[in-house]
Design a protein. Structure first.
Length: 214
């Protein structure tokens, strides 16, 4: 059994708090968008959604600062030279290899805990989609200060569509993320790692084997 301590307390606390905040934002947003008063009354959903958006902003800033101060940000660096082949190997594993018990194409280490697909998806989510979602949410809150139109198009409509599309993209990521969690040595291996902080693998590790929850 090999063990690597990859998830410090601050990162685990942030991960679960951020997940909770995002779910609250998602549920209240869906309730408002589809007018699901039976799910959450509109007069309740609006202030809760606004509050969760503000907390989500603080959470995202904490994530950026935490990565910078702790050095965890190194796991989000992309190796452009090896990226095409790494993406091919990892995609082939998830599409085919995992179903025929093929060895993992990526070796988890203290220097690299994310495979190529994870790195690309997490960078896209945390450094592109999430800040855009937050900015569009703040644009909603500050809409009285925005111009009525941009290039002849209603500003509120642009903000609303942007916020909506980003929300659905992040929901899709969440669904895929939950599935990937189950692809460790056992269904609970990756989940346990994010609860305890320790990534564990049984037996000797092949040259490029292993996986991780992110």
């Amino acid at each position: 059994m090999t063990e690597l301590y990859l998830y410090p307390v601050w990162l685990r606390a942030w991960h679960w708090l951020n997940a909770l905040i995002f779910l609250v934002s998602l549920v209240t947003g869906i309730s408002m968008h589809f007018s699901l008063g039976w799910l959450i009354p509109f007069e309740v959903a609006v202030p809760v959604h606004n509050a969760s958006g503000i907390v989500l902003t603080v959470s995202w800033v904490a994530f950026i600062i935490g990565n910078w101060v702790s050095g965890n940000g190194k796991h989000y660096l992309i190796n452009l030279r090896s990226l095409p082949m790494d993406l091919f190997r990892q995609t082939r594993y998830y599409v085919y290899g995992i179903f025929v018990n093929a060895p993992h194409p990526f070796h988890v280490s203290e220097e690299h805990k994310l495979n190529a697909l994870q790195t690309m998806s997490y960078v896209g989510v945390m450094y592109v989609l999430m800040p855009l979602l937050i900015l569009s949410g703040w644009a909603f809150l500050l809409s009285p200060s925005l111009p009525e139109t941009v290039l002849g198009i209603g500003t509120i409509w642009i903000v609303a569509m942007t916020h909506l599309v980003l929300s659905w993209m992040l929901l899709l990521f969440l669904i895929v993320h939950v599935y990937i969690i189950t692809t460790g040595e056992t269904v609970m291996t990756n989940m346990r790692a994010m609860l305890t902080g320790w990534h564990r693998e049984r037996g000797p590790q092949p040259e490029r084997a292993g996986d991780d929850a992110g």
